[in-house]
Ligand binder design. Structure first.
Ligand code: DGL
Length: 272
């Protein structure tokens, strides 16, 4: 199989692997080429210009593998550089904002929706604008949760861990008082904290995972453009990172929810 058949997925780091997990479930016949910019993570605290420059380089790297679609599995990139990628790339592109907002609008009953993400995502108001475009009656409550990313990257994710619990409470307390029935996990790192978030918000609040919604949307785009793979065998993903791949296997297992055969290669992203 040539990599022209692959879907290119990227993130600022390893958070996008939570989306890859859903792609492997929703599109088991597709080959995934993943790039994690581990040498430059985090993006969420950087300027708009820097995020756009990095995002464009990341997409160029994937295109150098002749991918048939590019997916920004990163709330920050989708929020700050989505317009640039949609305009400049010669293959279909999707980020995580639009598919996720669409699902939130469908599932909310009381039209009170919360959104959590990085500082860059929340400051862009990308989700809020999209949600209110889809339904102007929706009331949106936004909360940046910058410490969630280092918690996840450092594996402090146990819902019984007092550090996890107190960081979750610190950010989500204001949201819990707003009577939301739907909460968008607007950063691809956050599904790793799903249990802790759900314990705090209570079972009545539905959590929307941007990775799953994006995988379902990508499947729709590929089907419409007749680009779906007809290979019936499970494909082995290929992973690329911009810092040392040491330790990738353990972290990848956590994010992907399983150990799987894969290759991981370090590349110099500044070349793109
Ligand atoms: N995974 C990124 C996102 O979805 C967050 C990590 C970062 O700040 O780069 O926004």
């Amino acid at each position: 199989m040539s990599s022209r058949d692959a879907i290119g997925v990227f993130d600022s780091g390893l958070g996008g692997l939570t989306a890859v997990k859903e792609f492997l479930r929703v599109l088991p016949n597709e080959k995934i080429i993943y790039f994690g910019d581990t040498g430059r993570v985090p993006y969420g605290t950087r300027s708009r210009d820097t995020i756009r420059k990095y995002a464009f380089q990341d997409a160029q790297f994937l295109l150098s593998h002749n991918v048939k679609m590019v997916v920004a599995a990163c709330g920050t990139v989708s929020s700050v550089a989505g317009d640039l990628l949609r305009e400049k790339l010669a293959v279909p592109y999707t980020g995580v904002v639009n598919p996720t907002a669409y699902t939130a609008v469908r599932v909310t009953k009381n039209r009170r929706v919360g959104i959590i993400g990085t500082a860059a995502t929340v400051n862009s108001h990308s989700y809020k604008l999209r949600l209110q475009k889809l339904n102007p009656e929706i009331k949106v409550f936004e909360q940046a949760c910058p410490l969630f990313v280092p918690l996840v990257e450092n594996g402090i994710i146990d819902p019984r861990d007092v550090i996890t619990q107190s960081v979750v409470a610190r950010y989500l307390d204001p949201l819990r008082d707003q009577g939301i029935d739907t909460l968008i996990l607007g950063c691809t790192h956050f599904p790793i904290l799903r249990e802790a978030i759900s314990d705090f918000m209570g079972e009545k609040v539905r959590l929307i995972d941007s990775g799953l919604e994006t995988a379902v949307y990508a499947a729709k785009v590929l089907r419409e453009q007749d680009l779906l793979s007809d290979n019936p065998n499970e494909q082995t993903p290929e992973f690329f990172v911009s810092d040392t791949p040491d330790g990738f296997k353990n972290v990848a297992g956590l994010f992907l929810g399983r150990d799987m055969e894969h290759t991981v290669t370090q590349i110099d992203i500044e070349q793109y």
